[in-house]
Ligand binder design. Structure first.
Ligand code: URA
Length: 238
């Protein structure tokens, strides 16, 4: 199943974005049947191509055309959520080597955190998960250094004010599992958000494991460091 949900651009615009053609020349190329999208001749200037289509003019490739990629990784501790890092192993390095140059991470995890990490080459799709205004829930299993203060759930539900950014976190849901462990659902992904939220109670986070991002759950069959492509249902659910 092909899942198409990314930005489209008119073919005349795609051609005039190239330095060598103005609009008149682009229309001429189209009229002469010299423009192909995914191998088919296109004469209509209003035809649209997405970022993954191959676009050729007179058999020269103008846009390479790559397959959209959507992956989940069970991130191990000690791996950084970065494409490159001079000192530490990166999450990208755990994906198939041929995909690594194209992929970016949709919603980082701290180096010590583990669990669900999503990677894609589709920028619009990743924004739908990470954009704070869209309030996609993310669920974490949190292990604390000290017993959980009885006021924590109520304070998280009110929202915690972060002075540095001058924002108040969206109401978060805390389900206490034991004296030192809880399942926490947050609706944005601010810098060190969960550590800073528990920091208000002077309670250090000793382990943090992401279980879900929006409708996508970490596949229990993935051992630490393993990855797999998302299913069509997972891709379209976002
Ligand atoms: N909040 C944190 O503090 N760290 C993470 O890795 C994710 C959310």
């Amino acid at each position: 199943m092909v899942v198409r949900q990314y930005a489209l651009m008119r073919v005349d615009r795609l051609l005039t974005n190239q330095p060598q053609w103005n609009r008149r020349q682009a229309l001429l190329l189209l009229a002469q049947g010299q423009v192909r999208i995914n191998g088919s001749v296109i004469r209509n200037a209003e035809a649209e191509a997405d970022q993954f289509a191959q676009v050729c003019v007179n058999h020269h490739i103008i846009q390479a055309g790559v397959a959209p990629q959507y992956w989940m990784l069970n991130k191990p501790a000690g791996v950084v959520s970065a494409t490159r890092d001079p000192q530490h192993p990166t999450a990208l390095a755990l994906l198939p080597a041929e995909l690594q140059p194209q992929l970016h991470i949709a919603g980082r995890l701290d180096k010590a955190s583990t669990g669900l990490l999503l990677l894609t080459n589709d920028g619009l799709w990743s924004r739908r998960i990470t954009e704070p205004a869209l309030k996609k829930p993310k669920t974490y299993l949190v292990t604390l250094g000290n017993p959980i203060d009885p006021d924590t759930a109520a304070r998280f539900a009110e929202g915690i004010h972060f002075e540095y950014e001058n924002i108040t976190t969206s109401p978060a849901q805390l389900q206490q599992l034991s004296s030192h462990q809880a399942r926490l659902t947050i609706f944005e992904g601010r810098y060190h958000q969960i550590k800073r939220m528990f920091g208000r109670f002077r309670n250090p986070v000793v382990a943090l494991h992401r279980e879900t991002m929006g409708p996508i759950a970490l596949d229990p069959n993935l051992t630490c460091g393993q990855s797999r492509p998302l299913t069509a249902a997972e891709i379209t659910a976002i």
